[in-house]
Design a protein around this ligand. Sequence first.
Ligand SMILES: Cc1cc2nc3c(=O)[nH]c(=O)nc-3n(C[C@H](O)[C@H](O)[C@H](O)COP(=O)(O)OP(=O)(O)OC[C@H]3O[C@@H](n4cnc5c(N)ncnc54)[C@H](O)[C@@H]3O)c2cc1C
Length: 297
Amino acid sequence: MTLPGSLDEAVAALAAMPAAVPVAGGTDLMAAVNSGLLRPAALVGLGRISEIRGWQYQDGHALLGAGLTHARMGRPDFAALIPALAAAARAAGPPQIRNAGTLGGNIASAAPTGDALPVLAALEASLVIAGPGGRREIPVGRLLAGIELLHPGELIGYVRVPLLHAPQTFLKATGRTGPGRATASVAVVLDPARRMVRCAVGAVAPMPLRPYDAEHWVASLIDWDGERTLAPEALTAFGDYVAAACIPDPPPVPQGADDGTGLAVQAPGEGTLPPAVLHLRRTVATLARRALGRALA
Ligand SMILES: Cc1cc2nc3c(=O)[nH]c(=O)nc-3n(C[C@H](O)[C@H](O)[C@H](O)COP(=O)(O)OP(=O)(O)OC[C@H]3O[C@@H](n4cnc5c(N)ncnc54)[C@H](O)[C@@H]3O)c2cc1C
């Protein structure tokens, strides 16, 4: 394994060995190797690149190094800066995973259950990519949607996040007690300067989803110059709006037929939905209601 000391050296190492694969914390990569899904010809380790293990401030933004571990992002000084990303980092797996796993690895793996991803989508973060042709910057949403790809030899160097100086929250549901992958997650970010609420839902689709109509609707109800509170009915309606937008109805079952499971149920105001869809929708509605409620509290 090659262990470069700078981002530029890592890019050069990848250019010299096109078959090599970058590895940061190794939590995802080694799982793929151990299960026989990946046989890298060589590895370029990113763990000694100190320039991407911290953050710096730039024009109202934080430039986060891709090598920041979940454990580091979970600490109070980082939480004061970007609370929702710190909350996601604290929720990402058991301690040994949080100690090794990195922000860059979470983004590059782009797993639907990646906890940092809905937060970065709600923050409208962008990625600074380093490659043989120099550096370029792309919105994180374009990478996660597959509109932009990492080209061979390119690395995620930094993540640019706006510093909003306003409440933001991340909540996650898992199918078990203790650390686990998300069955659904919700990030909510308040942007008082632009009078916006931004929300992203994770784990229910291949990429985080933004319910734009629900965001605009609820932002129009908030008294941005006053107390910034919402009635419980409005919070509930926001949760339902987000859930319906992100978990659409499955195709209708023809009359007289059943859905194959024989379990389709009639829910008040929700038509006939398979129980799994109904459960997921209710989970997302609850997470979104609570996430916004906490951000406004
Ligand atoms: C038991 C277990 C539990 C987990 N639980 C969670 C969880 O609850 N929430 C969650 O979000 N994740 C979870 N994960 C997934 C994983 O820990 C995270 O996605 C982690 O952030 C990956 O980071 P890493 O540094 O270990 O990536 P690595 O494994 O080193 O790399 C992952 C991929 O990203 C590429 N890569 C790494 N860094 C860069 C870079 N800077 N530029 C370009 N490509 C790069 C690698 O080539 C590889 O393809 C879990 C994993 C395990 C094994």
